[in-house]
Design a protein around this ligand. Structure first.
Ligand SMILES: Nc1ncnc2c1ncn2[C@@H]1O[C@H](COP(=O)(O)OP(=O)(O)OP(=O)(O)O)[C@@H](O)[C@H]1O
Ligand SMILES: [Mg+2]
Length: 253
């Protein structure tokens, strides 16, 4: 079991002893084994790990999209194991519906759960400028750039009103300039809206610059092997950042 960092803030989300296996072509493979994880209120944690180690599987379990074979997930001490709708989840291949415009895509989850659409629309109108979407409310997804589409998907996730957002490689498909602009924007907006975020990324620089903490996941079976407390390191200059990147890279080899 991985060691959990101790912090003064309250734990908002906690996963204990999570094990998940899949049956594929008559063979059972254990993707996650006795995984422990927690995140503190307002914390930004990135998960890094090689392809196929179980990062998306773990987020799906947290989101309640699937159930663990063993283990429990608690949100503010309430058992949410296998229950969807408690956390804001942006999947790895998040698709906006091509026939719906920005506003309709953002409001869709509220419509599906028969929420108050008029109230939500008012809230979205207020949030559009913060997400850089004020001139795009009527645009269809194919009329938006990749960066704008990700902002729409993020606003849709935010509108679930969840305290904790699970973001599975939200910036992976973007060119490097747009990606770095969105990283800065994401960092600011997370602070502004006081969000708690779990981000899956393959980009070590992105993880270092956005996170309070990085959790490294190793493979076969997937488990958290190292926890890197970025906050405790204080302000990192370019040299520190390069050294840390090298250290993280070496932990994969
Ligand atoms: N529904 C499923 N049925 C069978 N195997 C699955 C299923 N979902 C995931 N897996 C397997 O579980 C392992 C972990 O998959 P997962 O998508 O969680 O990896 P990942 O760490 O997110 O990888 P990537 O970085 O490429 O997105 C993979 O070997 C995958 O093939
Ligand atoms: Mg994945």
């Amino acid at each position: 079991m991985s060691k959990l960092p101790s912090k003064a803030k309250p734990i908002i989300l906690e996963a204990r002893g999570i094990t998940k296996s899949f049956l594929f072509q008559h063979k059972i493979s254990t993707v996650l084994k006795e995984v422990d994880f927690c995140i503190y209120d307002g914390e930004f944690v990135s998960i890094i790990g090689s392809s196929g180690c179980g990062k998306s599987t773990f987020l799906e379990l947290l989101a309640g999209i699937s159930k663990p074979d063993n283990g429990q997930i608690h949100l503010n001490q309430q058992d949410i194991t296998g229950k969807a709708g408690f956390l804001g989840y942006m999947p790895q291949d998040d698709l906006l519906f091509p026939w719906l415009n920005t506003m309709q895509n953002i409001l869709l989850p509220i419509k599906v759960r028969s929420g108050n659409l008029a109230e939500a629309k008012g809230q979205v109108m207020e949030l559009l400028p913060m997400f850089g979407l004020e001139n795009h409310a009527q645009h269809l997804p194919n009329q938006l750039s990749g960066g704008l589409r990700q902002r729409v998907a993020l606003l849709r996730t935010y509108m679930t009103n969840a305290k904790v957002l699970l973001l599975d490689e939200p910036l992976a498909s973007l060119d490097s300039l747009t990606r770095s602009q969105l990283q800065t924007w994401l960092k600011d907006i997370v602070r502004l809206l006081n969000l708690t975020v779990i981000l899956v990324t393959h980009d070590i620089d992105e993880a270092i610059s956005l996170s309070d903490r990085i959790e490294l996941m190793t493979k076969d079976p997937g488990t958290f092997s190292q926890s890197i407390d970025i906050v405790a390191m204080g302000k990192l200059n370019d040299t520190d950042q390069l050294a840390l990147k090298g250290k993280i890279k070496s932990l994969f080899t």
